[in-house]
Design a protein around this ligand. Structure first.
Ligand code: ADP
Length: 406
């Protein structure tokens, strides 16, 4: 075990914080003016009286947290800032980037936040009540902590703006569409990163038809045609599409009516079931929401959960290929997509008709390209970096790089 360091670490010049404020956690990464390697990454868990923080430097060595509390987002952020300022005293914070779940129909790119933007973001809270208020709290706390420093909001929905109407809507009375009940799509920062990487390492694929499967604790898939999102599995809320760690994924609304009318559950109880007790956890009868645990368990409950997960990914893949008139590449990312050779192998089984054939050796090694040389469709793993997308937008806001932040 390595001793925690409290000594100042290397790093001077402009620094950029990428923040992701959730309901009870605050994830952060500190970046220098250039490059993809974070100087420090960490998170505060259980914001409140029992909060605790972990932070490590670029080499993975733990950094000792500064004195401070974690009672709310502002206190947690103050402790994070005190810690990174002590560890990197020569850094000058030039811009702070924030992950914001919802940009509604208003934002298709990162935006520098002012009071008017905050007001607009607040109007979207009813569409993402479990996330948006916390994202806004994070921005407000950072604005107080860094007066005059640009705060940049980076949206999970932005990548999907401009999707065709048919993917953006539900077949409800049109007034719901007008008031913003739409299939916005999420995980956009991840898709943005993967698209950029694909453009760099395989530009011929990027100009074609790509399905990206972001398979993590939260999971979704996106059909990307010539670099643009044309369909996504996550719709109006982060409940839609694939099953997730504890979220149900696609659900017939009749099931909710059953819970309301027949079981007499209220909305808080239903929300608890759909967000926290379903998905892999529910399918495995409470065994685990974690794919590693399920793979290791090798029993009927675990098989049931993995079978359903794989089935839904395959089904979505077929639908997305159909929407694009074919497929040139399938890309896996997210904790499961990047690490689970079992899920990748099983998803790709029996997909020869789609031109998909994986090389089992490459899959076992988690190589960048895991399809065989005979595969008509390229299958790849691109580790995603949502924190880097946020840092790049923050750099752009400080006038240091190419990404637009207006
Ligand atoms: P989040 O959506 O919270 O960012 P991650 O992208 O970190 O989640 O993904 C977490 C998921 O990845 C968990 O289900 C975890 O079990 C799974 N995972 C991580 N490593 C492995 C592995 N080696 N094999 C199988 N699953 C893995």
């Amino acid at each position: 075990m390595t001793a925690e360091t409290t000594a100042p670490l290397a790093g001077s010049g402009a620094g950029f914080l990428a923040l992701n404020a959730g309901s009870s956690s605050l994830k952060f990464a500190l970046f220098p003016a250039e490059g993809d390697v974070a100087l420090a990454t960490g998170q505060v868990d259980r914001i409140g009286p029992d909060g605790a923080m972990k932070i490590k430097d670029a080499a993975g060595e733990p950094i000792a947290p500064a004195e401070g509390g974690f009672t709310d987002h502002a206190a947690a952020l103050a402790t994070v800032i005190a810690t990174v300022k002590r560890a990197f005293p020569a850094l000058n914070f030039a811009a702070i980037g924030h992950r914001v779940v919802h940009g509604g129909i208003f934002y298709s790119a990162p935006v520098v936040v002012d009071e008017a933007v905050l007001e607009t973001l607040a109007t979207l809270s009813p569409f993402a009540p479990l996330h948006q208020p916390h994202n806004i709290a994070g921005i407000r706390a950072a604005t107080e902590a860094f007066p005059g420093v640009p705060q940049v909001a980076c949206f999970d929905t932005a990548f999907h703006r401009g999707q065709p109407f048919v993917n953006d809507t539900f077949a409800l009375p049109h007034r719901y569409y007008e008031i913003g009940v739409r299939r916005y799509g999420f995980h956009g920062l991840s898709y943005d990163y993967v698209t950029g990487e694909l453009g760099r390492i395989a530009p011929h694929l990027m100009s074609g038809r790509v399905v990206v499967a972001h398979l993590g604790n939260g999971a979704s898939m996106c059909a990307i045609h010539r670099g643009r999102s044309v369909a996504s599995s996550m719709g109006y809320s982060a409940l839609d599409g694939l099953p997730m760690g504890t979220r149900c994924g696609q659900l017939n609304p009749g099931v909710m009516l059953y819970m309301l009318d027949q079981e007499g559950l209220n909305t808080a109880q239903i929300r608890q079931i759909l967000y926290n007790e379903s998905g892999l956890l529910g399918l495995s009868n409470g065994l685990s929401n974690d794919m590693r645990t399920l793979e290791a368990a090798d029993n009927a409950e675990a098989h049931r959960a993995i079978d359903y997960f794989v089935f839904r990914v395959q089904r979505e893949l077929g639908a997305m290929a159909a929407v694009m008139g074919g497929i040139d590449a399938l890309v896996f990312c997210g904790g499961i997509g990047e690490n689970s050779r079992v899920v990748r192998r099983r998803v790709c089984e029996r997909l020869g008709w789609m031109g998909i054939e994986i090389d089992h050796g490459r899959n076992a090694e988690s190589a960048t390209v895991i399809s065989s040389e005979f595969s008509r469709t390229t299958v790849m793993i691109v580790p995603t970096r949502e924190d880097l997308v946020i840092a790049r937008a923050a750099r752009a806001a400080a006038g240091l790089s190419e990404t637009a932040a207006t």
